[in-house]
Design a protein around this ligand. Structure first.
Ligand SMILES: *[C@@H]1O[C@H](CO)[C@@H](O)[C@H](O)[C@H]1NC(C)=O
Ligand SMILES: *[C@@H]1O[C@H](CO)[C@@H](O)[C@H](O)[C@H]1NC(C)=O
Length: 303
């Protein structure tokens, strides 16, 4: 099959290119970003997110043909091959954690009362949402739904994430654990990055646990980035990060991703954190439902 041979040739060339890119990248690089649109329903501003849902068929890929993922892989390989030296493309699968107890409480009390009063408490006597809100049983079922979608698309040649990142919050890491069980079995590990955590401060659900706790819970499948502090030194009860502060932090997270290897990357994080990432990318506003995944073909130009 001619097409397959072209793909293999492109793959080998792109592998060499990826190695060159990796060797020339330093962790301190900074990039400007641009979304390549017209690939996924989620990047089309004319399609309402509610119509797309958390886990649309083929993760929202517009091309529905049997060769859809092979065609996309060939496109990304050739984009990277013919890109100028300072430019690279990655396909990011951006996942929001499944439903957590803080989501239940916010829905129960309404956002104004949640923000004003309840978010500052650890719970209400019946349920607990802080510190570090955990997944509900529904949240775990939503994460399992993501697995089903991967299993289905793997048969159609979806690229397997080469690098996986997770927020250090339990609800995100647990979602990644459930969603990628099939990948951990192969020995793959994720990396926990502090900068992928949810909006910091005031809300108890967004205060993280210690490094020791996170290692105990997720050390079997995840590494923790260098420099990660034992205690949560960023969360305070009296300041909630502004949008500008979130933008700076999520840009650092994206810069880290683009300073490291892998063309196909998974990130499991949060709605607020990913909204900030969307602002940095110039992606349309997109509120990801709990347990939702938004793929983005992202172009990065090194400054
Ligand atoms: C606490 O919140 C949950 C839902 O978030 C609700 O079902 C429960 O009744 C609340 N408990 C109290 C004591 O108000
Ligand atoms: C799982 O996905 C199916 C099909 O997309 C959907 O109907 C169902 O509600 C989902 N279940 C959960 C728990 O999200």
């Amino acid at each position: 099959m001619k097409f397959a041979r072209v793909c293999v040739a492109l793959g080998a060339a792109a592998g060499a290119l990826a190695a060159a890119v990796e060797a020339s990248s330093s962790a301190g690089s900074t990039f400007t970003y641009e979304v390549v649109t017209g690939i996924f329903k989620q990047d089309d501003p004319t399609i309402p997110p509610a119509e797309i849902g958390a886990t649309p068929a083929s993760f929202g890929l517009i091309d529905e043909s049997p060769l859809r993922w092979l065609k996309l892989k060939a496109k990304i390989l050739s984009l990277n091959l013919f890109a100028p030296r300072n430019t690279q493309y990655k396909l990011l699968f951006l996942g929001r954690h499944g439903e957590g107890w803080h989501n239940v409480a916010e829905a129960f009390y309404g956002t104004p009362a949640w923000d004003e009063t309840w978010s500052k408490l650890d719970g209400n006597g019946t349920i607990v949402w802080g510190p570090d809100a955990q997944l509900t049983p529904l949240g775990e079922a939503q994460a399992a739904n993501v697995t089903l979608l991967w299993e289905k698309e793997l048969q159609a040649g979806i690229p397997i994430p080469e690098i996986l990142y997770s927020s250090p919050m339990s609800r995100a890491a647990k979602t990644a654990r459930i969603s990628f069980e099939w990948l951990w079995k192969t020995g793959k590990r994720a990396l926990i990055l502090e900068n992928f955590r949810e909006v910091i401060g005031v809300h108890t659900c967004d205060e993280r646990k210690t490094k020791t706790y996170i290692r105990e819970q997720f050390g079997d499948i995840m590494n923790i980035e260098r420099g990660f502090t034992e205690q949560d030194e960023l969360w305070t009860a009296d300041h909630r990060e502004t949008n500008d502060e979130q933008n700076v932090r999520l840009k650092k997270a994206l810069d880290f991703v683009f300073s490291h290897g892998g063309t196909y990357v998974s990130v499991t994080a949060h709605s607020g954190a990913l909204n900030a990432a969307f602002r940095v990318m110039g992606h349309r506003d997109y509120s990801i439902p709990t347990g939702g995944v938004v793929p983005v073909l992202l172009k990065a130009i090194k400054a």
